[in-house]
Design a binder for this molecule. Structure first.
Ligand SMILES: Cc1ncc(COP(=O)(O)O)c(C=O)c1O
Length: 397
């Protein structure tokens, strides 16, 4: 006898980040290094919460914090502010936005509503672990492409469309989690052209959770203008998250930006998404949406300046850490910008051994496929030399 739906997974979810950061917190060694957390911590290892954001949030009327949002789709001024902030006027295509419960909600809506049950979603071979959980939750299977190789992605897309009627391709760029890799303009261009030839509906889900932390903010967004070139069989969904942009991980707010050549295609999907919002979480956090709209209207410069300070902090950390890795000949995946750098491994057994040895040295990191992720966003500058030395010693064992 079971009380659970047949295709539900009854095993307790083990999110390694949460398990390891708890372990790290309990570790009393003064030299411990916690490189698991995907949030920005300052040089004193304190969680960063932008003043411009939380002063605005705190100044909201209690009734605004208490009340429901205007509708399921999201408050109009929030959606307009997201569109403007993300695309900066670079895209001229029919579009609609739907507010979501964080970036996770934005990804969930796409996984839930595009492919048929049993279809395969195309994911990078090294990726944020939650994609697989979300896929499983919506009875989707997974095919992976080489994270760094657009030709492999195109090949996999061609193969997959022989066995299913639609494609859903996840591209987490720029600031890919866990490697910090970014698709360049040539890769985006090649992909967009290749999808035209597929002649079946293709959806690119561009997860931009960390877009606001590229080292060159203008260059980091340049690729977005290439979406103007999509053909009628391609749709782009940009999954935006307020978690990193506003250091407001717990406010659970994000959005999907739906772009396509035909307005009817956009409206049809937005209506489906809106219905899912109603079914999943009803409406998203009203105070968070109000805060975003207000900051973008009244405190944008202050916010950008504050964020820029932390981008510079990340750059300083990544410059040093990469220099140390190079000096010790420690291999890592291509890194452009972002919160994470990942040490590369040829096999997962060796990776597991190294991960275990690091734990014995009070160093907490996250295992990913063929890699060990170092969250430079949460390791202070003055611990990075020690961290690279420990890595070198452990890798030599
Ligand atoms: C690659 C990636 N996408 C999306 C998200 C979603 O973030 P949230 O649901 O907190 O907005 C995260 C969060 O860690 C992430 O790393």
């Amino acid at each position: 006898m079971t009380f659970i739906r047949r295709d539900a997974n009854p095993n307790k979810i083990a999110d390694e980040v949460f398990v390891l950061s708890k372990k790290a917190k309990e570790d009393k060694d003064p030299k411990k290094i916690n490189a698991t957390i995907g949030s920005i911590l300052d040089e004193n290892e304190e969680l960063v919460a932008f003043k411009s954001v939380f002063e605005t949030f705190d100044a909201l009327d209690d009734k605004d914090k208490a009340r429901y949002a205007d509708n399921f789709e999201g408050n109009k001024d929030y959606l307009e502010a997201v569109y403007k902030h993300v695309l900066k006027g670079q895209v001229d295509l029919p579009h609609r936005l739907v507010a979501t419960s964080g970036g996770t909600g934005a990804i969930t809506l796409a996984f839930k509503n595009i492919l048929e049950r049993g279809d395969q979603v195309l994911l990078p071979h090294i990726a944020w672990g939650a994609y697989k959980t979300i896929a499983e939750d919506h009875a989707l299977k997974v095919t992976t492409y080489n994270t760094f190789d657009v030709d492999d992605l195109i090949l996999k897309a061609h193969e997959l469309c022989k066995s299913q009627d639609k494609l859903l391709i996840v591209i987490n760029s720029p600031c890919h989690n866990p490697t910090g890799f970014a698709f360049d303009l040539a890769m985006w261009d090649k992909l967009i052209k290749a999808l035209e030839a597929i002649e079946k509906p293709c959806v690119i889900l561009n997860d931009i959770a960390y877009l606001d932390y590229t080292y060159d903010l203008k260059k980091g967004r340049e690729y977005l203008k290439l979406f103007n070139e999509i053909s009628a069989n391609t749709m782009v969904i940009i999954a935006f998250s307020l978690s990193k942009t506003f250091t407001s991980y717990g406010l659970r707010t994000g959005a999907d930006i739906i772009l396509a050549r035909n307005k009817e295609d956009v409206d049809a999907l937005a209506n489906v998404f809106e219905r899912s919002c109603r079914a999943l979480w009803s409406n998203v956090n009203n105070a968070a949406m109000m805060t975003f709209a207000k900051v973008m209207r009244d405190k944008r410069e202050e916010f950008l300046l504050e964020k820029d300070g932390y981008i510079k902090m990340l750059k300083k950390r990544s410059d040093l850490f990469l220099k140390e890795l190079d000096a010790y000949h420690i291999p890592y995946y291509p890194y452009n910008d972002g919160f994470f750098i990942t040490i590369s491994f040829k096999d997962n057994q060796k990776r597991d051994n190294v991960h275990e040895l690091l734990l014995k040295r009070h160093v907490y990191t996250l295992r990913v496929n063929l890699g060990i992720r170092i969250a430079i966003c949460s390791v202070p500058y003055n611990k990075l030399k020690d961290l690279s030395l420990i890595l070198k010693e452990v890798l030599e064992k």
